[in-house]
Design a protein around this ligand. Structure first.
Ligand code: 3UK
Length: 534
């Protein structure tokens, strides 16, 4: 029985026959029928005697688990008693990573609402799409980011309350302490994670209370294996589920501490690791590349684990991070649809250059266009299923992502004889040049091994003779002279590293590459640039 009095999200789940198969038989994924993830992730820490342990550390404040739980309860009271929230209502959250954002997040979960967290950089037009699509009734927002939200069209919005200007703080101070958690079902929806992709309307991915625990008990407990004494740090926004898991859910599941930084560019992260004696770091592959170059200037000795996701981890970055810190960088592929990482490897099982093995409880295979598994060593489309999976909010694209019960992530992979998965490209990012299939990321990894290259992106550029040619956009390291001689040197270098037909026939030097707020290279933007002849 759902606890939701507002059934909008449930009513807009895909039809059952379009759901992925869920694998929930393993003991760690057998959850009780009634389950509120905020209780399991937050309140349980007080019962376990961790009330005085720091839950959140920010440059402004440190909150123990008891202090955070108190703030959460009071915000939940404000939502329910003053703002009329009923279970199932959608609450938009808009903020950089800070303690109020996390408190608001858990207040919505505990009250049985549905969180819709948004990236701080979204503009009014993009916010309007989310507000309409998810029929948002309430919004909690950092006052510094309120302007864009006020400009957005929000036909269903009944309340917008800000913190940072005293409004929510005032309401919280007046609210009574203590809040009885909403008695939600394990399969009540608690989160709509929006995923932008490169084109089209944003897709809302629906996740249940049990999904929030499943990623902790799967990837978290069995691959990452954190300890209660750990101090987590990193850059991904909490509106990106990579950040949500890595900076909130995984630490809270074991009663550890999370350091939250509103801005954590790779240039600043090493100093922050040293300052807070952080032990577990979550960020994107390109950030590790920059951080490896700065590691010598900071004391990173506290760090014991580092996780890379969002896009492929080229082996040269794995190598330079190991040289700089002695740590094996843990690659893992995740997706908003799957909530978090589903292929990765614990340190002792890492094969540098490979993404890894399915997280215990997930099964993955490489399939052809018809969905049949291909022999090991053959390139094909990645298909995966496990305790989590894709359920889009009212979206015809469900039938593309889920086929015959499998989640089709849109990635091209090879599985080797030992079962390891090797990333090739996004399905639509393969470059077909004179009949050859060339994976852009493989050429990028080859270029990154050259000492003159800081960053690069490789796409197909239209070509009269070959259909497409491989074009590399290269950001040179500071002080490097980017001229025709360097372009030639890079081409020769790639020919010596990988099969010569894959070398970039065209090399374009630039100052920066287009990236999303989640740290991904925007290949479509480079392709558009290439089509425009730039
Ligand atoms: C790509 C990777 C190669 C891949 C995410 C960890 O990235 C996350 O979610 P998104 O919905 O994008 C999903 C797509 O990103 N990708 C992610 N990680 C890797 N490609 N190697 C990797 N290690 O194309 C995937 O289909 O933004 C990552 C946890 C939670 C997440 N939401």
């Amino acid at each position: 029985m759902s606890a939701h009095r507002d059934s909008f999200a449930r009513d807009h789940l895909p039809p059952r026959e379009q759901w992925p198969e869920f694998l929930l038989d393993r003991p760690e994924y057998r959850y009780p029928a009634r389950l509120n993830c905020a209780v399991e992730l937050l309140d349980r820490n007080l019962e376990r005697g961790r009330g005085e342990h720091p839950a959140l550390v920010t440059p402004q404040e440190t909150l123990s688990y008891a202090q955070l739980a108190d703030r959460v309860d009071r915000i939940a009271r404000v939502l329910v008693d003053r703002l009329g929230l009923v279970p199932g209502n959608r609450v938009l959250l808009r903020s950089a990573n800070n303690a109020w954002m996390v408190a608001a997040y858990f207040a919505v979960l505990k009250a049985g609402g549905i969180v819709v967290a948004t990236m701080p950089l979204l503009r009014a037009k993009e916010l309007s799409q989310v507000l309409r699509k998810a029929r948002i009734s309430h919004a909690l927002c950092d006052a510094r980011l309120a302007e864009e939200l006020r400009k957005a069209e929000a036909p269903d919005l009944r309340h917008l309350v800000c913190w940072g200007d005293g409004e929510l703080e005032g309401m919280v101070a007046q609210a009574a302490p203590g809040f009885p958690a909403c008695d939600t079902a394990a399969d009540d929806i608690c989160l709509i994670g929006f995923t932008s992709g490169s084109t089209g309307e944003p897709k809302g991915t629906l996740h249940f209370h049990r999904d929030m625990l499943a990623i902790c008990d799967g990837y978290g407990m069995q691959v990452l294996r954190p300890q209660a004494s750990d101090v987590f740090i990193g850059s991904p926004p909490l509106a990106f589920t990579f950040g949500l898991g890595g900076l909130v859910l995984f630490p809270f599941r074991v009663g550890a501490t999370a350091v939250l930084l509103e801005r954590a560019p790779p240039e600043d992260l090493p100093a922050a690791i040293a300052r807070y004696r952080a032990t577990v770091c979550f960020t994107a592959p390109t950030a590790y590349r920059i951080m490896a170059g700065l590691a010598g200037r900071h004391d990173l000795s506290s760090l014991r684990k580092s996780v890379s996701a969002g896009e492929a981890l080229p082996k040269p970055i794995f190598d330079s991070w190991q040289v700089a810190t002695g740590l094996k960088l843990m690659d893992g592929i995740g997706a908003t649809e799957m909530l978090h990482i589903f292929i990765s490897a614990p340190e002792e099982a890492i094969r540098p250059g490979a993404t890894g093995l399915p997280v215990p409880g997930y099964v993955a295979r490489v399939v052809d266009e018809a969905g049949a598994e291909v022999p090991r060593g053959t390139i094909g489309r990645l298909a995966v299923k496990g305790p989590t999976g894709c359920r889009y909010l009212d979206d015809p694209r469900q039938a593309q992502y889920v086929q015959h019960g499998w989640n089709i992530t849109g990635d091209t992979y090879i599985q080797d004889a030992d079962g390891y998965f090797w990333y090739q490209a996004r399905n639509d990012d393969m470059i077909i040049s004179a009949g050859y299939n060339i994976a852009g990321p493989e050429v990028e990894a080859a270029l990154l091994a050259h000492p003159a290259v800081a960053e690069c992106g490789v796409v197909g550029a239209p070509d009269a003779e070959r259909g497409m040619v491989v074009r590399a956009y290269v950001v040179p390291k500071p002080g490097v002279v980017a001229d025709a001689a360097l372009a030639k040197a890079l081409q020769d270098f790639v020919k010596a590293e990988i099969a010569p037909y894959k070398y970039p026939r065209s090399v374009v030097f630039c100052d920066a590459l287009p990236r999303t707020e989640t740290g991904k290279l925007q290949r479509f933007a480079l392709r558009r640039q290439a089509e425009a002849g730039a």
